[in-house]
Design a protein around this ligand. Structure first.
Ligand code: AMP
Length: 129
């Protein structure tokens, strides 16, 4: 019973084929809603997750519009992709995560993705790690 309710909720989830400019992270990038900035460069914006699942829980997003990891991998330029991944490492260095961290990206409704703008979760420390 509980499980079927969960499935129904999942089924209502996002379209990751067509980018929706009104998603929460697009609004954060346009400064229409606030965020706690951790890092920014020409390609990437990173900010604290509003509902942290670990002591450190940062969301890392490209500034250009990609729905998901699949979209980013297929359509972002090699320069953009290289800069995105280098930025993740740079953020880990700035946050002094010398003992390690966890990276997660959820893709689509079966992957549990809720916000249809590609992002990595960077987690470190206690809670659900
Ligand atoms: P995902 O399920 O992978 O799409 O993750 C979406 C994440 O965005 C969740 O961990 C949420 O807590 C987080 N989130 C949603 N809205 C905001 C917001 N306004 N500011 C920061 N994080 C948010």
């Amino acid at each position: 019973m509980m499980f079927s309710r969960f499935l129904k909720k999942e089924k209502k989830m996002i379209d990751i084929k067509n980018y929706n400019n009104e998603n929460i992270f697009a609004k954060i990038l346009r400064n229409e809603i606030p965020s706690e900035k951790v890092f920014e460069n020409d390609y990437v914006y990173a900010f604290n997750d509003i509902n942290p699942q670990a002591t450190i829980h940062v969301l890392i997003i490209p500034k250009l519009s990609y729905c998901s990891f699949s979209d980013f991998s297929e359509n972002a330029s090699p320069t953009e992709q290289a800069n995105f991944y280098k930025s993740i490492k740079e953020i880990a260095t700035i946050l002094e995560l010398d003992n390690g961290y966890r990276l997660i990206t959820n893709v689509g409704k079966d992957g549990g993705q809720e916000v249809p703008h590609f992002h990595f979760h960077l987690l470190c420390g206690k809670k659900n790690l």
